[in-house]
Ligand binder design. Sequence first.
Ligand SMILES: *[C@@H]1O[C@H](CO)[C@@H](O)[C@H](O)[C@H]1NC(C)=O
Ligand SMILES: *[C@@H]1O[C@H](CO)[C@@H](O)[C@H](O)[C@H]1NC(C)=O
Ligand SMILES: [Zn+2]
Length: 317
Amino acid sequence: MNPTWVQQLIVLGTLLGARHTSTDTAGSWCYEDAECGPETWVALGHGNGTRQSPVNIVTPASVHSRHLGAVSLTGYEDARKLISMENTGKTVSVHLADGLHLSAQGLPATYTAKSFHLHWGEGEDRPGSEHFINHKGFSMELHIVHTKNNLSMDDALKDPEGITVLAFFLQATAHARPSHSWDSFTQHLKKVALKGKKMNLDGSFSLWGLLGSVDLARYYRYQGSLTTPNCDEVVVWTVFPDPILVPPGVVTAFTSMLHSTDSADKLQNNYQPLQSLGDHQVEASAALRVTPSSSSTPRAAVLIPLLISIMVITWQL
Ligand SMILES: *[C@@H]1O[C@H](CO)[C@@H](O)[C@H](O)[C@H]1NC(C)=O
Ligand SMILES: *[C@@H]1O[C@H](CO)[C@@H](O)[C@H](O)[C@H]1NC(C)=O
Ligand SMILES: [Zn+2]
């Protein structure tokens, strides 16, 4: 046999081998291709369970729980806790150092933050949040993943309340004030543009900075699942309905700069479709009963003329 033939066969064999292992390990599921998309995830795990996420949260159907006060976060303002950032091909994930703790009423323990990542659509026009509020989606969704009592992820998956995720919406709007933290985060994205790229962070932004002025007392709580395979039903969700307002450029940075492969495919629409809530309950925190200041205006608009007419009538009497 001609030696160049042998070489070519070896190269071909290596390529086929490499391709085979990469499909075996990393890429057995996807978002947008019918062959590996969400309809096929049931075969990978718990996708046919009864507490699947994400869900559409309907305000009037939620149960108001007076005992659910503000969540308490410690360590989230420390920028040095953000260690590294990675393009997993499915999202961009930030790995967190020890020391970020979450406690809140209704949670059975203190939870430790391990990482955070985001879900997005296709730019400003196609929203990419996973949860919906009153049938409305948002531009993006931020998930901070915590384990109970600092369990490892593997151990947390064995406990029905092993994981708690804080979910924050991002909404692109031209009226948003510029955010140093989001600018800093998005400036790093080009360094992890391709799948598998990882970089160390430099302490230039903190989680607290990303959250902006979201009211930590206003949230919904329900028992659900991971939103990626194996969709394990081990997540206590805390979903904050008031979005973090960001300039449109923040959203387009995610939808345009990242790739789902090590070449050209854009990483977009990385959200799971809504799942049925069935007859499960969503709890609304105590502060959600108090509607935000904007909706107090209609009440004032009715009350003030009423008061004036009463005064006028009394005056005339
Ligand atoms: C659905 O879940 C049950 C266990 O609850 C399992 O026995 C069954 O095989 C699952 N169905 C599919 C299609 O995965
Ligand atoms: C939490 O878990 C991590 C990873 O397993 C470990 O490195 C760290 O020391 C733990 N922290 C505490 C306070 O036990
Ligand atoms: Zn997520």
